[in-house]
Design a protein around this ligand. Structure first.
Ligand SMILES: *Cc1c(COP(=O)(O)O)cnc(C)c1O
Length: 451
C-alpha cells in the first residue's frame, strides 16, 4: 500500500497515541515521520535528515542500517523468528546468555530474559522479593530507591521511581518504598564529596532503622539518566555496595541506560569495581535494533530458587511471551561481535574526550548554560535563568523543549528532560558529526535564549 505523505501525517495525528506526549500539542506541529536510517542519521518522508543525537532514545549503538546487524537478523529469520523459552530453548538465546555472563561483572552467572527495561526491572524486583521469602526472611519486603529515580513505566517500576511528573499520578497503585536523596553535585550546597557522603548517610539512616524490612536497594549506577543526566559523585556506588553488605540487603543495579559502553565502560558499575546481586540490561543490548532485556543474578540469588517441585514455591513464576526472542538474541550477538571488532568501549576514549572538549569550548560561556555534565556518551546540558545563583527557568518557560525544537529544525534530533538538553548519540558517531551536533546545540541555544 502506497500512501501519500500528507495522508500519513493525517493518520499519525488521528490514530497514533504517542508515548510521553501531550497529543493536543503534538498535533499543532508538522509530524516528522521517519522512513529510513543510515549511520547516525534518520531520514523522514519529506526527504529531510536528522542526526540522531539521542540514539533513538538512548538505545542505538552502531548507527542505523548496519550491514552486520541486518545480516544477523536476516540469517536468523530464515531459520526461525520466534519459539518460546518456557520449557524450551533456542540457539541464539543460549549463545547470548553465555556471552553476556562472560562480559558481565564477575559473579553474575545467570541470565533471565525479558522484553524491555521495564520488564527487566519488574523481574529484578520480584526476584529480590522472592529470594528473601525463600531464605525465610519474610519481613524483607521493602525497597530503597533514590529520589528522581527512573526504572520504567510498569507499575512495579513506577513504584521504585521518583520523578513526580511521571509518577505521582499513580501513587495509589504503588507499593511503599523508602526514598533517599539523589547525590546531585550541581544542586548540592557543598563539595561533591560532601554530596556523596550526605546521600550515603541518609541511606545508612534508612538501613539502620528499617534494614530488616529491606529486600534491596535499587539504583541506576553513576548516571541517573531520565532524572536529567544526574552524574553521581565518585565513590557513591561503592559506598552503597558497602552499606548493602553491612546491612545484608541486596543491591539491584539498573544498567538499562548505562550499559553497553554508554559511560565509557561496558557497564557503569565497572568504574567502581562493584558487582550487584541483580542487574538489569536492555537498551544497548541489541544495539537498539530489537526489544530484548536481561536480568542477571548471582549464584547466591539463583541457588535460593533451586530444588523442590513446582509446589515447593521455589520456582520463579515469571515470564513473557517473547522472552528470549531468537531475533533479538541473534542481533545482540552480532552487536557484541561489533564491540569486539571495533575495540569498544576502550577505543572510544579519544572520541569521548573530543566530545567534552567541544562541549566546553562551544557552550560553557553561554549565559544560560548552567551545567555541562556527563559520563562518556551520556551528557546533560542544564539551562538556567541565572548562571550565578543557578536559579532555574519556570516550567512555563518551557526552555528545554523550545531549544530542542529549534535543534530539531536545524537537523539534529533530540529530546530534552525538563530544562536539560540531552546528548546520548550512537557510540559510532564521528568527530565531524560531533562538530555539527555541538554547533547546532550552540546555535539553537543562542537563537532562543541569547548568548
Ligand atoms: C529506559 C529505561 C528503563 C525502561 O526501559 P523500557 O525499555 O523503556 O521499558 C528502565 N531503566 C532505565 C535506567 C532506563 O533508562
Amino acid at each position: 500500500m502506497k500512501v501519500e505523505k500528507e495522508l500519513l501525517k493525517e493518520w499519525d495525528k488521528t490514530y497514533v497515541w504517542h508515548p510521553f506526549t501531550q497529543m493536543a500539542e503534538y498535533v499543532k506541529f508538522d509530524p516528522i515521520i521517519i522512513e529510513r536510517g543510515e549511520g547516525c542519521w534518520l531520514y523522514d518522508i519529506d526527504g529531510r535528515k536528522y542526526l540522531d543525537a539521542v540514539g533513538s532514545i538512548w538505545c542505538n549503538v552502531h548507527g542505523h542500517n548496519v550491514k552486520e546487524l541486518n545480516e544477523a537478523l536476516i540469517e536468523q529469520v530464515n531459520k526461525i523468528a520466534h519459539s518460546t523459552l518456557l520449557g524450551l530453548s533456542n540457539v541464539p538465546a543460549v549463545l547470548l546468555a553465555k556471552r553476556i555472563v562472560d562480559i558481565a561483572p564477575k559473579g553474575l552467572n545467570h541470565v533471565f530474559y525479558s522484553d524491555d527495561g521495564s520488564t527487566a526491572m519488574e523481574v529484578a524486583l520480584k526476584m529480590a522479593y522472592q529470594y528473601w521469602q525463600l531464605k525465610g526472611e519474610k519481613k524483607r519486603t521493602k525497597f530503597v530507591k533514590l529520589d528522581e529515580a527512573y526504572h520504567g513505566d510498569t507499575v512495579g517500576s513506577v513504584s521504585i521511581g521518583g520523578i513526580d511528573l511521571f509518577h505521582s499520578m499513580f501513587r495509589e497503585l504503588m507499593f511503599e518504598t523508602y526514598k533517599i536523596p539523589s547525590p546531585h553535585p550541581y544542586r548540592f550546597d557543598g563539595t561533591p564529596e560532601e554530596c556523596r557522603d550526605y546521600a550515603l548517610s541518609k541511606l545508612e539512616e534508612v538501613l539502620e532503622k528499617h534494614g530488616e524490612e529491606v529486600a534491596a536497594v535499587v539504583l541506576e549506577p553513576l548516571v541517573q539518566a531520565a532524572a536529567g543526566i544526574i552524574v553521581h559523585p565518585e565513590g557513591f556506588l561503592k559506598g552503597v555496595r558497602e552499606l548493602c553488605n553491612k546491612y545484608n540487603v541486596l543491591l539491584i543495579l539498573d544498567e538499562v541506560a548505562t550499559g553497553f559502553g554508554k559511560t565509557g565502560k561496558m557497564f557503569a558499575c565497572e568504574w567502581e569495581g562493584v558487582t550487584p546481586d541483580i542487574m538489569a540490561i536492555s537498551k544497548g543490548l541489541t544495539a537498539g535494533y530489537m526489544p530484548l532485556a536481561i536480568t542477571l543474578a548471582t549464584d547466591e540469588v539463583y541457588e535460593a530458587f533451586w530444588g523442590g517441585d513446582y509446589g515447593s514455591g521455589k520456582t520463579f513464576f515469571h515470564g513473557h511471551t517473547f522472552t528470549g526472542n531468537p531475533l533479538g538474541c541473534a542481533v545482540a550477538l552480532a552487536n557484541l561481535d561489533l564491540f569486539e571488532k571495533k575495540g569498544y568501549p576502550e577505543s572510544l576514549k579519544p572520541k569521548i574526550d573530543y566530545l567534552y572538549r567541544k562541549l566546553y569550548e562551544e557552550l560553557s560561556e553561554l549565559k544560560h548554560v548552567g551545567d555541562i555534565r556527563g559520563k562518556g556518551f551520556m551528557v546533560g546540558i542544564e539551562l538556567v535563568k541565572d548562571k550565578k545563583t543557578k536559579e532555574g527557568f519556570s516550567w512555563k518557560d518551557d526552555v528545554g523543549r523550545r531549544v530542542s525544537r529549534r535543534i530539531v529544525e536545524k537537523g539534529v534530533f533530540t529530546r530534552p528532560l525538563g530544562p536539560v538538553l540531552v546528548i546520548m548519540p550512537p557510540l559510532a558517531i564521528s568527530e565531524e558529526e560531533i562538530d555539527f551536533m555541538v554547533k547546532t546545540y550552540r546555535d539553537a541555544i543562542v537563537e532562543v535564549l541569547g548568548n
